[in-house]
Design a binder for this molecule. Structure first.
Ligand SMILES: Cc1cc2nc3c(=O)[nH]c(=O)nc-3n(C[C@H](O)[C@H](O)[C@H](O)COP(=O)(O)OP(=O)(O)OC[C@H]3O[C@@H](n4cnc5c(N)ncnc54)[C@H](O)[C@@H]3O)c2cc1C
Length: 357
């Protein structure tokens, strides 16, 4: 068995942020990512101002990568449309582009980035992972960054409210430039924005129950087209086979504690309702904070980091859960939309309260 000082499982924003920070701090960091090359991710691609600030701290300029600035929010639901100016500049960037840039930055910083290798299982007590071809690695510090995917031996608990995420891209309508659109419906919402390649990222989050009852993405799109007329034309442009899906997203869950030497980061540490558009910022902040904690206090710093990050994530997660519950049910949705329309300051306030940064 091989031994290593810092092993990161997963090369999304959390894992890459940890790898960059550790490598810059002088620790030999090894990152394992199962995807071999550039790939799409089930994600809306919205970068809040806290995500932009975190990327800047990591030395990554999303606008140089083609990110599209977003200044306005448009929410449709309950028969109403609400438009608001966002408090600060935000952006739209595909995860295909962002994740590649972050992994390249991790390599450039000196981390060993191993792609096309899947970690098969982990023993968290001994911080040992099995990678395949008989390779076993014991890490002094193990960073669990598998995001939306569970690692055998390290899975998050099942939650009753787990959602299904869906994503595709469609031609971008002209009115979408500079704006993010949210369409609220029973059991979920759809988000749209223009991304770096000029197409629109169309993302849906739907309760497991609603997805099951619909019987699949094509049938769900058909139902939503009738239910949410403003969303229908977008859904009609998406080829049925183009949808990518991820199941079992445990919104609202966070790791309250951990074992010494085990750092849970990104979605493996805290999962904010995607409606809030702050999961990438949480991934970046937790990856950087965990790596900084290890640089300062060694592997033993993991439990204090985890408890501290859980406290830090508590407010954004709670506010996002309240908004999600209101948005998903007809009566609270009608009240929410009326309030948003009556009080123009409410949407920017909600955007502020759901930021980790
Ligand atoms: C429908 C939906 C829309 C969203 N929209 C937004 C948005 O617009 N803005 C926003 O900020 N957040 C959004 N989020 C949340 C955001 O996508 C996540 O919070 C974020 O991706 C978490 O980053 P991560 O690095 O923890 O995990 P991930 O991005 O999931 O990355 C995990 C990485 O680990 C790799 N991996 C997994 N298992 C293994 C293994 N066994 N071995 C090796 N590698 C492995 C995967 O291939 C992947 O590259 C959305 C979420 C959903 C579900």
């Amino acid at each position: 068995m091989r031994r290593t000082p810092a092993l990161i499982v997963g090369g999304g924003p959390a894992g890459a942020a940890a790898a960059i920070t550790l490598a810059r701090g002088g620790v030999r960091a090894e990152l394992i990512e199962r995807r071999e090359g550039p790939h799409d991710v089930v994600c809306g691609g919205f970068l809040g101002w806290d995500a932009l600030a975190a990327l800047e701290r990591l030395g990554i300029d999303p606008f140089a990568l083609g990110a599209r600035p977003i200044e306005r929010l448009r929410v449709t639901g309950g028969g109403r449309i609400v438009e608001a100016k966002l408090p600060r500049r935000t952006a739209g960037l595909s995860r295909r582009t962002l994740d590649e840039a972050m992994l390249a930055a991790a390599s450039a910083a000196g981390a060993e980035v191993r792609r096309g290798r899947k970690v098969l299982s982990a023993d968290l007590d001994t911080r040992t992972v099995r990678i395949g071809d008989g390779e076993e690695v014991e890490a002094q510090a193990l960073f669990l960054a598998t995001g939306k995917y569970e690692l055998r031996g390290g899975a998050r608990p099942e939650t009753a409210t787990a959602a299904v995420g869906l994503r595709t891209s469609i031609p971008a309508p002209a009115q979408l430039e500079g704006q993010i659109e949210l369409h609220l419906f029973d059991g979920g919402y759809a988000g749209l924005l223009v991304q770096d390649d000029g197409s629109a990222n169309l993302c849906l989050s739907v309760s497991r129950e609603r997805f099951r009852n619909a019987g699949g993405v094509e049938a769900l799109a058909g139902q939503l087209g009738l239910e949410a007329p403003a969303l229908g034309p977008y859904l009609a442009q998406a080829a049925p086979a183009s949808w990518a899906a991820v199941a079992g997203v445990p919104y609202g869950w966070r790791a309250a504690d951990t074992l010494p030497g085990l750092f849970r980061i990104g979605d493996q540490g805290a999962v904010i309702a995607s409606l809030a558009g702050d999961g990438i910022a949480i991934a970046l902040e937790s990856g950087m904070a965990a790596a900084s904690a290890m640089l300062k206090g060694g592997a033993a710093a993991a439990p204090a980091f985890q408890r501290g990050f859980a406290r830090r994530a508590a407010r954004p997660l709670a506010v996002a859960e309240t908004l999600r519950h209101a948005a998903e049910h007809p009566r609270p949705r009608a009240v929410l939309m009326r309030l948003l329309q009556m009080m123009p300051g409410l949407a920017p306030l909600a955007a502020r309260l759901t930021r980790i940064g």
